[in-house]
Design a binder for this molecule. Sequence first.
Ligand SMILES: Cc1ncc(COP(=O)(O)O)c(C=O)c1O
Length: 399
Amino acid sequence: MSDGYDFSERIGRVEPSATLAISNLAAEKEAEGADIVDLSVGEPDFDTPENVVAAGKDALDAGHTGYTSSNGVPELKAAIAEKLRGNGVDADADEVIVTPGGKQALYETFQTLIDGGDGSHPSPSGTSSHAGDEVVLLDPAWVSYEAMAKLAGADLSRVDLAPHGFQLEPALDDLAETVSDDTELLVVNSPSNPTGAVFSEAALEGVRDLAVEHDVAVIADEIYERIVYDAEHVSLASLDGMADRTVTVNGFSKAYSMTGWRLGYLHATDEFVDEAGKLHSHSVSCATNFVQRAGIEALENTEESVEEMRAAFESRRDLLVDLFDEHGVDVDVGDGAFYMMIPVADDDQAWCEAAIEEAAVACVPGSAFNAPGYARISYAASEERLREAVDRLVANDLL
Ligand SMILES: Cc1ncc(COP(=O)(O)O)c(C=O)c1O
């Protein structure tokens, strides 16, 4: 029996987001009255700073409710360029596209750079197939990179950072073996979701050397750059040789606790912006007008709030590290974002199911990030709830 739809081969290549699946399950159980400690969510547990909310309301009152120019309102693009110059990136307002969330910026980047294969690569013997462009991911990798690469028809190659304590510097030899003249795009996410690792300048220079040698474009996903502890964030595009091959992606969700506002951006060369801008204008038209105005306030007047949130995340990380240490769990501790990968069981999926069903603690299986044997913990939760989570896992023999 036909259901009337003939779904594309393309959409069949991807699965729904594994992180959203777990948080939906946690929400369902909560709706049934369960008290779940939800450590699966990728969003700060703080309110958006009041002055940003006020700027959004003022913008609505002032009538900023129509379309804006497709790539974004000039004042916001100028503020973004200034922010990037503060990171040492030679940025101009015309080289920015403002997007509804960093995700859209990433999606546009994959679609702009990647030529797809015919979906049958590697070919079953005897049939001809052509491969898509090669995209290299660093595992554990955030769930949506793989999905976006596949939607664009890419072929994926992966370098595993898990044996290197999730750091990139000791994995540079592995990366050098993987990146070749056939590579089109490499994705670097520092600070990292899901590990919290912040890559050193030396590691990023290693990336630069390979990118230049093999003429590879690089996505620098810097969405967690404001949540860094004992390390320094370096923007890849600030390194010599990277200005015209980097797409810097960033957004307001994490730094300013603005997940639901949907505001992000990309920065790249004029030429890239011309090409990606076509997709942008034909798909989203523009990011929401009054939200963009609030974004200006976020960039210009939130230093104190950003620092308060950063400091809270740091002390939660320290608390968790101490608690895991007390229970003999050896964690590769990251210096940023608000995530930690803890070693659990070979079957991390079963462990996470037990964690939610028996201990009422929601975590994301490491397999979702191509890191089986781990679970991702998001510490965007109060210290009290973090203690409660560890107590419950211990009481149920899960740690
Ligand atoms: C690594 C990474 N990049 C990009 C994003 C996109 O965030 P948003 O679309 O809310 O800006 C996320 C969100 O979880 C993320 O973790």
